[in-house]
Design a protein around this ligand. Structure first.
Ligand code: NAD
Length: 495
């Protein structure tokens, strides 16, 4: 993916300013390049007040509603200009968003987060995704158009915070909607900076001052206000099982993009050199934060040792059994369910998205890992918690299997019915087909790193909201529309 130098960035910003009709230029200039000491809160960045941030969810919804009303009067071409401005500003400010995201959450890698923003800017579909359909026949013409819902209420995660806000905004605005976000409190500054970026771009392109809105202190209560507010016509939730469940039980039309636990099968026909590299590249991208990233490997016995050798060549460190056992109690903690009183395992947030070396240091062995280590691997059985839990950190368990049937059975079980993402390295089309068919995931990546599944080194558009539970799949602008039909009976045909 091409990198921009400072001059190019300035040229883009100038172009944004000059392209837009009636733009208020003082609001469009890209924020300055990241400083070594970024100063930000959920309402300010380097002393500048962020646009579109409110203390009351009702006010946020009212602002997004006003923005939506303004956009309704605009042409599709004008809407596309807003999308173009969002893409350009995202390009220009990706380094700020990336650095802020890591600084605020302590998770992920700055360079990978920068690439994720460039991916969003480049490959999130705009208004071209909205396509009308016509049906003609003896009874005339029927037209089906994809209309906006109005104001969309969106919940966003801490793992890809600004990526999701910008990706959702592009798709939802392209569909003609306004948006109100209730972002993850743990990434509120980064999420709100992205909300501000979208508003700056929108205004610069002749749109309303506020089209997307957010909260300064989002809470579960503000989410509830959003769920029940009559102006919110569609809810879109990107997050873990708890929040997806709560949105789906809101009584409103909802799109749910929930948890995954993507398994990888490597069979005896695979290019093992390539598989070892692809799996480590995918597993360690942004320190395993993407929900599509490789979480556990099922390797045929005949190639398992060679696969491990290739992983070790690509920055993996093989944990000893003692280290792996000790690490379980560090990265997974016991929590008591308030409702049932039962104890269950939950990932330790201090380990999520952290560098492999940081997680390894928590073992307290006194040993320092080589600087190029980016993934901790270990051999485990199927029941191991590293296989069963969605860790979201660069720890990768490897389970040995004897044949394709065993591999598929175990991998499908490990995916826990999320129907989210699965991967396979193989040249055997029967094996590939067998797994793809059995696992029923929204994304199935063959012979590539996981991120190829969201358009990074793979064909197809990108999204950071993969809606498995509700079936929209790789969401895009059309996912945020409602169909409307217009019937002209007995006329309007031209033949
Ligand atoms: P999370 O589930 O901890 O929280 C997501 C958001 O929901 C936050 O804003 C949080 O405050 C809020 N929230 C949590 N419970 C809520 C409730 N009951 N009511 C209202 N709001 C609630 O998310 P996270 O840890 O940031 O994200 C990680 C999870 O999200 C993983 O499981 C990952 O797989 C999943 N995820 C899925 C996708 C996808 O496209 N399918 C994308 C990114 C992340």
């Amino acid at each position: 993916m091409a990198e921009l130098d400072k001059n190019q960035i300035e040229a883009i910003v100038r172009q944004v300013i000059s392209n837009v009709n009636g733009a208020k230029t003082e609001t469009v200039a890209a924020a300055s390049a990241p400083k070594t000491t970024l100063s930000f809160t959920s309402t300010e960045y380097n002393g500048r007040k962020l646009v579109g941030i409110y203390s009351d969810m009702n006010d946020a919804i009212a602002a997004a509603q006003e923005g939506y009303t303004a956009v309704r009067k605009m042409t599709v071409d004008q809407r596309e200009k807003i999308i173009t401005a969002i893409r350009q500003l995202t390009y220009a400010e990706a380094p700020i968003l990336a650095e802020m995201g890591v600084k605020e959450t302590g998770m992920g890698k700055v360079e990978h987060k920068r690439l994720k923003h460039i991916l969003v800017a480049d490959k999130t579909p705009g208004t071209e995704d909205i396509v009308s359909a016509a049906k003609t026949g003896d009874n005339g013409l029927t037209l089906v158009e994809m209309a906006p819902f109005g104001v969309v209420g969106a919940i966003t995660p801490s793992t890809n915070p600004s990526e999701t806000v910008i990706c959702n905004s592009i798709g939802m605005i392209a569909a003609g909607n306004g948006v109100v976000f209730n972002p993850h409190p743990g990434a509120i500054c980064t999420s709100n900076y992205a909300v501000d970026l979208v508003n700056r771009a929108c205004f610069s392109a002749g749109g309303p001052k506020v089209l997307v809105a957010s909260m300064d202190k989002p809470t579960l209560d503000s989410a509830q206000t959003m769920y029940s507010h009559p102006a919110i016509r569609l809810l879109v939730c990107t997050g873990g099982p708890g929040v997806v469940r709560s949105v789906l039980s809101s009584g409103k039309k909802a799109i749910g993009a929930g948890a995954g636990n993507p398994p990888v099968i490597v069979d005896d026909t695979a290019d093992i050199v390539k598989a070892g590299k692809c799996i480590i590249d995918g597993c360690t991208f942004d320190n395993n934060l993407p929900c599509i990233a490789e979480k556990e490997v099922f390797a045929f016995r005949s190639i398992k040792d060679q696969l491990i050798t290739e992983m070790l060549k690509n920055g993996a460190y093989m944990l000893t059994k003692e280290e792996a056992d000790k690490l379980v109690d560090i990265v997974l903690v016991d929590v008591t369910d308030k409702k049932t009183g039962k104890t269950k395992k939950q990932v330790n947030r201090k380990c999520v998205g952290r560098d492999a070396s940081v997680i390894y240091d928590m073992l307290g062995t006194g040993k320092k890992l080589p600087a190029d280590v980016r993934c901790l691997i270990c051999e485990t059985n199927f029941e191991h918690l590293f296989v069963q839990e969605e860790l979201m950190m660069p720890i990768l368990p490897i389970v040995t299997v004897d044949n394709i049937d065993e591999a598929v059975t175990l991998a499908v079980k490990a995916e826990h019915g999320n129907r989210h993402t699965a991967h396979m390295h193989s040249k055997n089309i029967d094996n590939l087909t067998k797994f793809a068919s059995a696992v029923e995931t929204t994304i199935f990546v063959k012979n590539a790193p996981s991120y190829a599944g969201i358009g990074f080194g793979g064909e197809g558009h990108t999204t950071f909201t993969i809606a498995g539970p509700t079936g929209e799949g790789i969401t895009s602008a059309r996912s945020f529309t409602r169909q409307r039909r217009c019937v002209m009976a007995d006329s309007f045909r031209i033949i």
